[in-house]
Design a protein around this ligand. Structure first.
Ligand code: TXA
Ligand code: MG
Length: 327
């Protein structure tokens, strides 16, 4: 049903053994997934999970996703798996999809932020799969960036965030480039908490009652804070006419400006850093975070981002751009 074509990456046995030893000893490592890189710890070890929050600078009340190798491990982590959750898991795992379920009694508070629910995902990336199978347990992992920063889609992004002391399994660039679609199946009606590559219509094709309406007891989710996924350079989302106008003004004033557009710019000024991200939604998403990181380094006063189209394919990109632009 849902399908991504993947490059198969593998890691050498000795590196895999080292990675498993790091997890077993309660330390952290970064690993690739098809969405973004994760900062992982043994999900059954609360001391290890706490190190994630310390390193990221993330409030400890924010829950993290537990990555598992296979859907058959669900019952170790969730106490209730509704028929809707089972259908969604069967359709979209392994893949860029996260389910929020009522947690099993054994799941520790460091993972859930003290809530009665747990977030679970079976990633499809071959190295994530290799690691999960060799480790044999759940790996708690948020995106491998400092709190509020842009998520990493390359091993070098993770090193830029955390330096060389952290073990980073290199799986090349992440195929999808945006975080997973999150659905809560912990309440009465399954609902979308975070848009991602898997769209609402794809979800509804499997479970028609999935809605975007948020439940009254909306769980705490930092991905839902207004400002998130942010570069340091202030971002303005503009249409093409505004872009032309503003660009002209920046050039006149000889001020540096960064531009993320869907077409090639014809301005040859060294004060203008221009990225043409194209108009294909999947390709745009794939390179969005790398583009934001590149443009952030231009030392510009402002980053002008051309507004993307409104279709469903663009929903996740729109969501991330709006959060990146929020002040
Ligand atoms: O694609 C992804 O989902 C990546 C890769 C590494 O798997 N992970 C990721 O994790 O984006 P993170 O922590 O950056 O975002 C996970 C989101 C957060 O907004 C968190 O609050 C929410 O999931 N979340 C986790 N557990 C939850 C729960 N029990 N209830 C509601 N939201 C939850
Ligand atoms: Mg994150």
């Amino acid at each position: 049903m849902y399908h991504v074509t993947m490059t198969i990456h593998t890691i050498a046995n000795d590196e895999l053994e080292r990675a498993v030893a790091v997890l077993r000893s309660g330390e952290l490592l970064a690993f690739p997934t098809e969405t973004v890189y994760g900062l992982g710890a043994d999900a059954s070890n609360p001391q290890a999970v706490k190190k994630i929050f310390a390193l990221k600078g993330r409030p400890s009340s924010h829950p993290v996703i537990v990555h598992i190798g296979d859907v058959s491990e669900l019952s170790r982590w969730a106490s209730e798996v509704s028929p809707a959750a089972q259908k969604l898991a069967a359709a979209f795992w392994p893949g860029p999809f996260t389910l929020i379920l009522k947690r099993a009694a054994t799941v520790n508070d460091a993972v859930t932020g003290g809530q009665d629910t747990v977030a679970l995902r079976v990633p499809s990336h071959s190295i994530a799969q290799q690691l999960l199978r060799a480790f044999g347990g759940g790996i708690a992992a948020p995106s491998a960036n400092r709190f509020g920063h842009v998520s990493p889609t390359l091993a070098s992004h993770v090193r830029d965030e955390f330096g060389d002391d952290l073990l980073v399994l290199d799986g090349g660039d992440c195929e999808i480039g945006l975080e997973s679609t999150i659905i809560s199946c912990a309440g009465e009606v399954p609902h979308l908490l975070r848009p991602g590559k898997i769209t609402l219509s794809q979800l509804q094709a499997v479970v028609p009652e999935v809605t975007t309406a948020l439940a009254i007891d909306t769980p705490r989710a930092p991905g839902m804070l207004e400002k998130h996924y942010s570069p340091a350079t202030p971002i303005r989302i503009v249409n093409r006419v505004q872009l032309d106008q503003l660009l002209y003004e920046y050039v006149q004033r000889k001020q540096k400006v960064a531009v993320l557009a869907m077409y090639a710019g014809d301005i040859e000024q060294d004060t203008v850093s221009w990225v043409n991200a194209g108009n294909d939604a999947a390709a745009y998403a794939h390179s969005l975070y790398a583009n934001l990181r590149t443009l952030d380094k231009a030392g510009a006063q402002c980053m002008l981002v051309e507004q993307v189209p409104s279709g469903e394919q663009w929903q996740a990109v729109t969501d991330r751009l709006q959060r990146a632009a929020a002040d």
